[in-house]
Design a protein around this ligand. Structure first.
Ligand SMILES: NC(=O)c1ccc[n+]([C@@H]2O[C@H](COP(=O)([O-])OP(=O)(O)OC[C@H]3O[C@@H](n4cnc5c(N)ncnc54)[C@H](O)[C@@H]3O)[C@@H](O)[C@H]2O)c1
Length: 470
C-alpha cells in the first residue's frame, strides 16, 4: 500500500507548540484541514477571538492565524469530533515535571499524554497516524502503542510516530518556516515507514527534503532530550565562566566571542545571563537525569544534573550580587525588575529567572516594582504566589507593584534589575530614568543588554553579568 495522503490533521493541545506548529501547517498546506483542539475553553476562545487577541504572543503568529483561521484552520474544544475526523493526530499536550509519586521532581508527568492517547483509542473508528509531538522520555511511543492497540476497534490500526518540536519561543514562526531540521522517528517496519512518509510529505510542502530526517522511534525521542540538554549545557558553561570573569576582570562577552570564533563551536548560544528559564530546558534535563538513573548510569545522571545546578547557582549568585552591592541590605528598598517573561518576544513565564529574583528580593523584605511589555498582570500574581508559598497574595501585593512602563516602574527606585532581554529596555531614555531614581542609582544587567559605559557616564553604578562592576 502507498503511504496515506493526509487531508485532515488534528492537534491535541493548543499551547505554545501545538498552536504555532499546526497554524503553520495550515498556512503551508491549504489542501489540508487542520483542527487544533484543547480542553481549556478559555484558550480556545482566545484563539477564536474576533480581535485576534491570541492566548500566546509570538512575533508573526497573528498574521499566520489571520490568513488561515476559518479557511483550513479551526480551533475547537471538541476533541472527540476532531479525533473521529482526522487521518493524522499530533499529540502536543504538556509534559511537566512530576510533582509527586515515583520520580517526583525529575521524571516527566505523562498523565496528559496517556489521557489523550486513551481518548484517541476510545473514540477512533478509522485508522490513524498518531504523532508524538510533546517532549517525552524514551520509549513513550511504545507505551502509547500498547494503549492504542489494547483498546482499538476492529479494522482500526494506529501507527505511532515521534516528531519532536525544535522551535524556540520568541522565534517560533521563523523557526517553523525555516527549520534547521524536521525529525521524524518511526518503527522500521513497512507500515512505520509508510506513516513516516505521510508525515514527511506534509512538511515537504515547505521544508527542503534534505532537512527532513527520518530515524528510529527511540533515537527521535532521545534526540529531543539530547538537543535541549546540550543547548542548556552551553549556557551553563558560559555562565560558569561568567563567575570567573567577574572575579578576575575578564569580560564574558569578549571570552564568548573569542571562543565562538572557533568553527567547531560557532557563535550562537554563548550569551551569559542570569540563567536559562522556559518550560523545557530544566524539565528535559531532569528527565534525562531520571532516565540515566533508571538505566543505572549514576555518573551520567550527575553530569547532566550539574547543568541545572549551575543554573540555580547563577540565579542565586545574581540576587546575592544585588544585595551585596546595595551595601549588604535591600530591606525596605525599592528594586525595579524589568522583564518577567523567561526571554524576550514571548509572554511565557515558566521557570523565568525573574520569578526567582523577585522571590529572593521579597525574602529580603525589599519592595519590588515590575514591568514587562507582554506578561499579563494576573500571570505575574499567579507565578509569585506559587513561588512564595509562605506569603499570602495580599502580603505579596503589599511588597510588589506592577507598572505600565519601565520609566514609571523605576521612579524612586534604588536599583533597576534587567531580567529579560526585551529590546525596548535597550532603548529606554536612561538619562530620564536616572533623574527619577534614588542616588546612588544602580543598574544590574542580567542579560548583557545595555551599554554599561554609556550608563556609567550618565551616573549609574552598573553591575553586569560576567564583568566587574563599574
Ligand atoms: N514550549 C516550548 O518552547 C516547547 C518546545 C518544544 C517542545 N515542547 C514540548 O511540547 C509539549 C507541549 O508544550 P507547550 O509549551 O505547548 O505546553 P502548553 O502547556 O502550552 O500546552 C499544552 C496544552 O495541552 C492541553 N491539553 C492537555 N491535555 C489535553 C487533552 N487530553 N486534550 C486536549 N488538550 C489537552 C492543555 O490544556 C494545554 O493548553 C511539551 O511536551 C513540551 O515539552 C515545548
Amino acid at each position: 500500500m502507498a503511504p496515506l495522503k493526509v487531508t485532515k490533521v488534528l492537534c491535541i493541545g493548543a499551547g505554545y507548540v501545538g498552536g504555532p506548529t499546526c497554524a503553520v501547517i495550515a498556512l503551508k498546506c491549504p489542501h489540508i484541514t487542520v483542527t487544533i483542539a484543547d480542553i481549556n475553553k478559555a484558550r480556545i476562545d482566545a484563539w477564536n477571538s474576533l480581535d485576534f487577541n491570541l492566548p500566546i504572543y509570538e512575533p508573526g503568529l497573528e498574521d499566520v492565524v489571520r490568513q488561515c483561521r476559518g479557511r483550513n484552520l479551526f480551533f475547537s474544544t471538541d476533541v472527540v469530533k476532531g479525533i473521529k475526523e482526522a487521518d493524522l493526530i499530533f499529540v502536543s499536550v504538556n509534559t511537566p515535571t512530576k510533582k509527586s509519586g515515583v520520580g517526583a521532581g525529575f521524571a516527566a508527568d505523562l498523565n496528559y499524554v496517556e489521557l489523550a492517547t486513551r481518548q484517541i483509542a476510545e473514540v477512533a473508528t478509522t485508522s490513524k497516524i498518531v504523532v508524538e509531538k510533546s517532549t517525552v522520555p524514551c520509549r513513550t511511543a511504545e507505551s502509547m502503542r500498547t494503549i492504542l492497540e489494547a483498546n482499538s476497534k476492529p479494522n482500526c490500526r494506529f501507527d505511532i510516530l515521534s516528531n519532536p518540536e525544535f522551535l524556540a519561543e520568541g522565534t517560533a514562526i521563523s523557526d517553523l518556516f525555516n527549520p534547521d531540521r524536521v525529525l521524524i522517528g518511526s518503527l522500521q517496519t513497512t507500515e512505520g515507514k509508510d506513516a513516516c512518509a505521510s508525515l514527511a510529505a506534509i512538511y515537504a510542502n515547505w521544508v527542503p527534503k534534505e532537512n527532513i530526517l527520518t530515524v528510529g522511534l527511540w533515537s527521535s525521542e532521545l534526540s529531543k532530550l539530547a538537543a535541549n540538554a546540550m543547548l542548556a549545557q552551553r549556557i551553563s558553561s558560559v555562565n560558569a565562566l561568567s563567575a570567573i570573569c567577574e572575579a578576575t576582570g575578564a569580560n564574558i562577552d569578549e571570552v564568548a566571542h573569542a571562543v565562538g570564533y572557533d568553527s567547531r563551536m560557532g557563535p550562537k548560544f554563548l550569551k551569559a545571563s542570569v540563567g536559562f528559564g522556559g518550560s523545557c530546558f530544566q524539565k528535559d534535563i531532569l528527565n534525562l537525569v531520571y532516565l540515566s538513573e533508571s538505566l543505572h548510569l549514576p555518573e551520567v545522571a550527575s553530569y547532566w544534573r550539574q547543568v541545572v545546578e549551575m543554573n540555580e547557582y547563577q540565579k542565586r549568585r545574581f540576587s546575592k550580587r544585588v544585595v551585596d552591592t546595595l551595601f549588604n541590605t535591600i530591606t525596605g528598598k525599592q528594586i525595579t525588575v524589568l522583564g518577567f517573561a523567561f526571554k524576550a518576544d514571548t509572554g511565557d513565564t515558566r521557570e523565568s529567572a525573574a520569578i526567582t529574583l523577585i522571590r529572593d528580593f521579597l525574602s529580603e523584605r525589599a519592595f519590588v516594582n515590575v514591568y514587562d511589555p507582554k506578561v499579563e498582570e494576573s500571570q505575574i500574581w499567579y507565578d509569585l504566589a506559587e513561588a512564595c508559598p509562605t506569603m499570602t497574595l495580599d502580603n505579596i501585593k503589599k511588597q510588589v507593584k506592577i507598572h505600565k512602563s519601565a520609566l514609571e516602574a523605576s521612579k524612586n527606585a534604588e536599583a533597576v534589575v534587567i531580567a529579560t532581554e526585551w529590546k525596548e529596555f535597550k532603548e529606554i531614555d536612561w538619562a530620564e530614568v536616572y533623574k527619577h531614581m534614588k542616588k546612588p542609582a544602580f543598574v544590574f544587567d542580567g542579560r548583557l543588554l545595555v551599554d554599561a559605559d554609556a550608563l556609567s557616564k550618565i551616573g549609574f553604578k552598573v553591575a553586569t553579568i560576567g564583568r566587574p562592576s563599574i
